[in-house]
Design a protein around this ligand. Structure first.
Ligand code: ATP
Ligand code: ZN
Length: 297
């Protein structure tokens, strides 16, 4: 049996670019041509399968691939579907990846005076996520009709086929453009790494462990920036307090300047323009914000 790890990612869509970027930051190099279904790993025995995101859980179940980068929404819908059909679902969520964030929400027409979930009883809700929706309705003791649509769910209320929809939302702009408003968030999602059981394949298991060390090193600094600046000694404490989630800073003397020091530190949270403005107002100068690629240990 091939001992090359196969990772499925979305072929073309919202997750594609970030997924490729993440794997490349983990040091994987592929013969890259996005329109191909398969990318061969050049420097490690790890290959890519480029597929529709909806197919990834099934590919993992069937052992066509070993790992998959897919939205929790898709994985959870498939888990609930397998559960409803009494089928096994031997997938494990290994890591959340921090991108592809969205929520699965029920939305109603803007002029619907929405107060509570009970108002949806007996109505029709159009969705591509019938199992997640049914699960939510069951947990809330509401009986409603579910109309399955594979896409363009947001136009269903206008066509009169449903009074509400249940679809993915990130900014809410699509809802607004279709005269809809968000009524209930039923599930929050991000892209995540899923694996199939690999216990019987120690070589692949070992390869996965190696990849996870790298992945953690990359994820650990996902929001982090390395900040360097010059600070008047008198303002040092005030300046260090402004830096968001800063590690213990390195303070260095500056040649020829008695009253100024250089401050170097890792900020664990997003460094905003507002932070830089505050730093400058507090007396900092020569402020540099540098990207951090990876951090081990
Ligand atoms: P495919 O052809 O692969 O089936 P798709 O149309 O199902 O593509 P995309 O719209 O690219 O998929 O979304 C892929 C995933 O991106 C979603 O399943 C979800 O996890 C995530 N996502 C993040 N924000 C949004 C959003 N606003 N709308 C839809 N999906 C989002
Ligand atoms: Zn899809």
């Amino acid at each position: 049996m091939s001992q090359r790890l196969k990772i499925a990612i979305q072929k073309s869509g919202r997750l594609t670019e970030k997924s490729l970027e993440l794997l490349e930051r983990c040091g994987l190099e592929f013969t890259r041509s996005k329109d191909e279904l398969f990318c061969f790993g050049q420097n490690m025995p790890v290959d890519l399968l480029l597929v529709r995101d909806d197919d990834i859980p099934e590919f993992l179940r069937e052992g066509i691939c070993d790992l998959g980068l897919v939205g929790d929404n898709v994985a959870e819908e498939n888990r609930l579907k397998a559960q409803a059909k009494g089928q096994p679902y031997p997938l494990e969520r290994v890591r959340g990846l921090g991108y592809g964030r969205c929520r699965l929400s029920i939305a109603v027409k803007r002029d619907f005076d929405y107060q509570s979930i009970e108002q949806l009883a007996g109505r029709h809700i159009a969705t591509s996520y019938p199992y997640l929706l049914q699960d939510f309705l069951d947990r809330n003791g509401v009986r409603a009709g579910i109309a399955y649509l594979s896409g363009s769910v947001e136009i269903a209320p206008r066509l009169g086929t449903a009074e509400a929809i249940c679809d993915l939302v990130s900014s809410g702009a699509t809802l607004a453009a279709n005269n809809l408003k968000e009524a209930e968030v039923i599930y929050r999602s991000e892209a995540a790494l899923y694996q199939r059981a690999l216990e019987d394949q120690p070589e692949k298991q070992a390869l996965l462990q190696r990849l996870l060390v790298r992945l953690d090193a990359v994820l650990k600094v996902a929001e982090s920036k390395y900040v360097m600046l010059h600070a008047p000694k008198a303002q040092l404490d005030a300046i260090c307090r402004i830096l968001p989630a800063a590690e213990a800073p390195t303070i260095l003397p500056l040649g020829g300047k008695e009253d100024t020091v250089a401050v170097h530190t890792l900020c664990r949270e997003t460094v905003l323009w507002e932070h830089l403005e505050q730093l400058q107002a507090a007396g900092a100068s020569a402020i540099l914000v540098l990207p951090v690629e990876k951090m081990l240990g």
